[in-house]
Design a protein around this ligand. Sequence first.
Ligand SMILES: CC(C)(COP(=O)(O)OP(=O)(O)OC[C@H]1O[C@@H](n2cnc3c(N)ncnc32)[C@H](O)[C@@H]1OP(=O)(O)O)[C@@H](O)C(=O)NCCC(=O)NCCS
Length: 234
Amino acid sequence: MVPDREEGRASGRDSTGLRGIDGLRMRRNCAESDIISTVMLPLVELPATTRIRLIPPRDQDLERVALLFGELEPVLLWLGPRRPIREIALELIEKRELPPEGNPDRALTALIQDPADSCLLGVLEYYCGYPEEDCLYIGSLFLSPRCQGKGYGSEIETAIAQAALERGYRWIYLAVGILNWPALRFWTGRGFTEITFVSGDEAFGPGKFAVIELRRPIAGTPDWSPTGGGLRVA
Ligand SMILES: CC(C)(COP(=O)(O)OP(=O)(O)OC[C@H]1O[C@@H](n2cnc3c(N)ncnc32)[C@H](O)[C@@H]1OP(=O)(O)O)[C@@H](O)C(=O)NCCC(=O)NCCS
């Protein structure tokens, strides 16, 4: 889920302008020559944690990814109009969620599996170097309902941040549906407290959607402060 920065937050686009799994696609608002000003090390290898294994999706994973998105349909309906689940799954497997000038070599798409039985726990997508070169953008982190609230999300986010820090990244970005308050609780609790962009419909109503983009500095970078970040969520 990446807001369309080119069209702007007050563009008044209606919900038919929302595309992709989470309604929106990446668009760069800088000149092509500005895109790679410094060379960052790409973070496309998969961070491992103790309880999960991340593996690249293959064509034959379509059915089980579609089953996962089927379980998550209530969340998907907070993000945009209803779309065929298999189409959403195919987009993930074919790594179609890239910026217009995006380089697939800078994108990671992974199935999150249980190392013991290869059971599918969720999916993860991120892109290295958007919206600036020293930023990492989490496009998707979707866990099966039976795995939520067990610390997997925190573990994965920590692993990504640690690996990103080691490669010189300074910021992690993501976008979340405004109606997705469980995820808002999760991300703000992880320190994503700076709103950098709002996109989608201007007025709330049936069939209307909006997302907010949040960011946090990566702990250990010059931008990070131990007292900053982290909303108190009652
Ligand atoms: C959002 C999501 C990635 C969080 O991962 P998770 O593994 O469930 O979260 P964790 O178990 O690591 O929880 C971390 C913290 O967030 C809180 N939290 C997680 N889910 C929550 C929920 N549904 N409601 C309230 N708090 C929640 C936990 O209480 C925990 O707080 P604590 O550390 O103070 O105890 C996961 O629940 C998910 O995939 N949800 C459905 C899809 C989705 O909305 N994805 C995000 C799209 S932007």
